[in-house]
Design a protein around this ligand. Sequence first.
Ligand code: FE2
Ligand code: FE2
Length: 154
Amino acid sequence: MQREDLLRKLNWFYSLEVSQVDLYMAQSRKFKGTYESIVFERTAAVEQQHVHNIAAAIRELGGEPHKIGDVISPLFGGLLGKTLAFTGLKKTLQANITIENKAMADYVALHEQVGEEFGSELQTVLQHNLVDEDVHTAWFAQRLADYELLGLPD
Ligand SMILES: [Fe+2]
Ligand SMILES: [Fe+2]
């Protein structure tokens, strides 16, 4: 993989991670007083670590991290991304699963593509971020399944 190509992909991840920090913090405020609110806040803290480690990887390659615009809305086919923080708990969990699934698929793909050529540190960062997203997805999915069982409205 070319360095420019890698930098472009890492910048996409950087944008996604920054967006997730904002989104999960907005959700935490929205559902204040619930257990989910705390989970969203702690999840945002993990995404913030991802922002830092992706930014460091970009700088290591001689690039400068920058946000490339709205990377969340396209996952929902348009404008929905902006309103995600303001829907009910079930819809919020579903949206989060969609976003985390996209992050996981892309971390897996890039991890396979980078190989050893850019160093094992980058591979480790991609793999560790992937594991974190996997854990987030599992919690969101289990919580959603519990609420489906309880018949909670969307
Ligand atoms: Fe992340
Ligand atoms: Fe995540």
